[in-house]
Write a protein that binds this ligand. Structure first.
Ligand code: KG4
Ligand code: ZN
Length: 354
């Protein structure tokens, strides 16, 4: 029997056991490993952020990210096992993010996961990073079940997804240029606030006037659920240039608040429109931008008015972490899906239904 046949056999009645999945996430600048039991019970979730290293370059340097993952991964995996009080030989399957992301960074996690699955002779499953972000919502809400509409907004993606069932996705809209988090990061850099931009813009915006500058809200064609944030980013840069040319002082707090208000309005308008289009009763948020308090508050109020339930993960689970990958991997495994040991890292890939 070859590896795939043995793995398939081990998946027999996988959902009936307290299956322990070791999950690995290295798609960007967080090296993370988790142990997740029966899909939703997080036994450990170790996240080692490289943010302090990339900060001095104003963004993630892919080559440095890959090297740091190599340096950190052994330690992060050992810590995850130690905290979970689980030995390697008790691991039932290995889940890993295999895309999308920085290919060199992904390769570290994928290679490690393949070696581990081969050595332990347990099933391996590759997980889509965005699918992982969506599944972060299940980890703290034991009653949450599909269907729901999910806004996934991170540094690399802004997607509206109709989650019709486990593994059944319909992409309702996506960004046509910059992702929401990317816009936060670029505006933060232009304002001299630092990196990563989202939390710093949010902090500045708290003390600014959101109506001070009337930045554009881009809705694209009527009925479109796609996003476009590059025009807004350019409008912020133009505003800063005009102020400088006129030798006017820039009110950083007001610009941050006005920018955030424009992003939040478009994200929330389109999320509500998506929920109405699908007849959803539940709206979920995911990804780094889902940490934004303004976005959470505006959507909480707009969902409340319509009798929709709003859910979002705690801030730790909004950022990149391996527990969400373990959860998404579990739902693939219980459907009998297993990846071959030739699994590769893929920089850009569509979220696939199964
Ligand atoms: O999901 P994530 O950790 O990594 C990616 O998959 O990209 O998202 C990181 C992104 C960054 O662009 C960061 O600036 C943004 O999420 N972010 C925020 C906030 N916290 C993180 N954006 C707005 N408000 C926040 N509080
Ligand atoms: Zn992410």
């Amino acid at each position: 029997m070859d590896y795939l046949q043995r793995a398939a056999k081990k998946l027999d009645r996988f959902g009936d056991r307290d299956a322990k999945i070791l999950a690995i996430e290295t798609s960007c600048d967080e090296t993370s490993c988790a142990v997740v039991c029966s899909g939703r019970r997080v036994l450990s979730n170790i996240i080692s952020s490289q943010v302090e290293i990339h900060k001095k370059y104003g963004g993630v340097v892919p080559e440095i990210a890959s090297r740091k993952h190599i340096e950190l991964i052994d330690y992060v995996i050992e810590e995850a096992l130690r905290e979970a009080e689980v030995r390697l030989n008790e691991i039932d399957a290995v889940a890993v993010t295999h895309g999308p992301g920085l290919v060199g960074a992904l390769l570290v996690g994928v290679s490690y996961a393949k070696a581990l699955a081969f050595a332990l002779d347990v099933p391996l499953v590759g997980v889509h990073h965005i699918e992982g972000h969506i599944y972060a919502n299940y980890l703290e809400k034991s009653d949450l079940e599909p269907p729901f509409v999910c806004l996934v907004a991170s540094g690399g993606h802004s997607h509206l997804v109709n989650v019709k069932g486990y593994g059944r996705y319909e992409i309702l809209g996506r960004t046509r240029d910059d992702a929401a988090g990317e816009a936060f990061d670029k505006v933060a850099r232009a304002l001299g606030l630092g990196y990563p931009g989202g939390p710093l813009v949010e902090e500045a915006a708290r003390r600014g006037n959101p109506e001070a500058v009337d930045f554009p809200r881009t809705y694209l064609e009527p009925g479109s659920l796609d996003f476009s944030f590059s025009g807004l980013k350019t409008a912020v840069l133009n505003h800063l240039n005009v102020c400088r040319q006129r030798r006017e002082t820039v009110n950083t707090l007001d610009v941050a608040a006005s920018f955030q208000s424009a992003v939040v309005q478009v994200l929330s308008d389109k999320t509500i429109a998506a929920a109405e289009k699908c007849g959803a009763r539940v709206v979920a948020l995911a990804g780094g931008v889902a940490s934004n308090e303004k976005l959470r508050a505006v959507l909480a109020s707009r969902c409340g008015e319509r009798g929709l339930r709003l859910v979002y993960p705690s801030k730790l689970l909004c950022t990149d972490n391996a527990a969400m990958i373990g959860c998404a991997g579990y739902y693939r495994l219980i459907r009998g899906i297993v990846s071959p040991l030739t699994l590769n890292a893929v920089a850009s890939m569509e979220i696939d239904s199964y």
